[in-house]
Design a binder for this molecule. Structure first.
Ligand code: NAD
Ligand code: UDP
Ligand code: UDP
Length: 319
């Protein structure tokens, strides 16, 4: 029996990654204790280095495809590589991480009777035939393609979460996360925000795929983490799934132009062929999050880009 403590002891899987490390910062700032379980596949000790010596923080190198026995009050399950370059590196391991990882973390939550959060993704909608996507859209996913290990793994994890919820009355919170950016993104994972910023800071050509008229909507990481914590505090009768992201849309050409302006870069814009299956538009419908979580994003693109540029600037200078 743990001694009464108004704050919680919280497990964050994937806590050495981009989103996980920001979540840990927030949970610690709120006065909680945090255990981070991560196998450091795409995560980096640098993301949590500032927490060394903090008595409220504990790191354990652990792969979630293996069982984990410890005592906590809440679980955030974020462990999974997120960018195509990373999740296609070892697709079998990606599916195992989503599926076996979900089973193990759900088994842990079931034994502890504790609330558990799942980091799902807009990719469960696949190549959607309706825009924007609401949570009741079932998606259009190829089960045997290059992206399937990620998309189907995350879909199966959602199935497991809802079956543990129905079958074992487990208290679950499933969030479908849309494109997010900010400090601690991976510099080499091929995503548009990190690519453009790194190219601009090095005064190298900015690579626009296609004509740049395709649109995206990116959420700044602090806004997303705020949504996680608020969602986790909602009543148990709201398991989700809920879309979390920023509905503010802009074209890839606009993004390139703003990055050049904000960095004062001498980079030229160059065109590259548009990859196949590149969606023309992706935008979350967050009306459910607004209504049930009382959340909507606040950080404007320029402010978020400014902070992200400052991070990459330091990273590149450090070599
Ligand atoms: P990330 O790659 O930075 O972080 C993932 C973390 O999980 C890394 O630290 C990695 O080492 C760890 N990990 C991977 N496999 C593991 C395993 N088997 N056992 C233990 N740890 C393991 O990615 P991120 O952007 O921080 O994404 C975090 C979560 O959010 C992922 O589940 C991802 O699918 C989801 N998500 C992210 C985005 C986004 O825009 N960043 C969008 C949708 C969903
Ligand atoms: N599990 C775990 N930690 C726990 C309890 C369970 O990692 O504290 C894992 C264990 O490997 C198990 C899985 O979670 O296989 C699913 O647990 P559950 O109780 O749902 O199923 P069962 O043990 O009956 O297979
Ligand atoms: N993109 C681009 N140049 C790059 C990287 C990406 O023009 O160097 C485009 C890409 O074709 C897509 C958009 O930016 O239209 C977003 O790509 P990303 O891989 O970041 O995310 P996703 O396509 O999964 O939304």
């Amino acid at each position: 029996m743990r001694i009464y403590n108004p704050h919680k002891r919280i497990l964050v899987t994937g806590g050495a990654g981009f989103l996980g490390s920001h979540l840990i910062d927030r949970l610690l700032a709120d006065g909680n204790e945090v255990v981070c379980a991560d196998n450091l596949f795409t995560g980096n000790k640098r993301n949590i280095a500032h927490l060394h010596g903090n008595p409220a923080f504990e790191f354990m190198r652990h792969d979630v495809t293996f069982p984990l026995y410890l005592e906590v009050d809440q679980i955030y399950n974020l462990a999974c590589p997120a960018s195509p370059i990373h999740y296609q590196h070892d697709p079998v391991q990606t599916t195992k991480t989503s599926v076996h990882g979900a089973i193990n973390m759900l088994g842990l939550a079931k034994r502890l009777r504790c609330r558990i959060f799942q980091a799902s993704t807009s990719e469960v909608y696949g190549d959607p035939s309706v825009h924007p996507q609401k949570e009741d859209y079932w998606g259009n996913v190829n089960p045997i393609g290059m992206r399937s290990c990620y998309d189907e793994g995350k879909r199966c994890a959602e199935t497991l979460f809802f079956d543990y919820h129905r079958q074992h009355a487990l208290d679950i919170k499933v969030a479908r996360i849309f494109n997010t950016y900010g400090p601690r993104m991976h510099p080499n994972d091929g995503r548009v925000v990190s690519n453009f910023i790194v190219q601009a800071l090095r005064n190298e050509p900015i690579t626009i795929f296609g004509d740049g008229s395709q649109t995206r909507s990116f959420c700044y990481v602090d806004d997303l983490i705020d949504a996680f914590v608020r969602f986790m505090a909602t009543p148990a009768d709201f398991p989700g799934p809920v879309n979390l992201g920023n509905p503010h849309e802009f074209t890839i050409l606009q993004l390139a132009t703003r990055v050049i302006e904000l960095t004062g870069s001498r980079s030229a814009i160059v065109r590259r062929p548009l990859p196949s299956d590149d969606p023309m538009q992706r935008q979350p419908d967050i009306s459910l999050a607004r209504e049930r979580i009382g959340w909507s994003p606040r950080v404007q693109l320029d402010e978020g880009l400014g902070k992200t540029i400052a991070y990459f600037d330091e990273l590149l200078k450090a070599g």
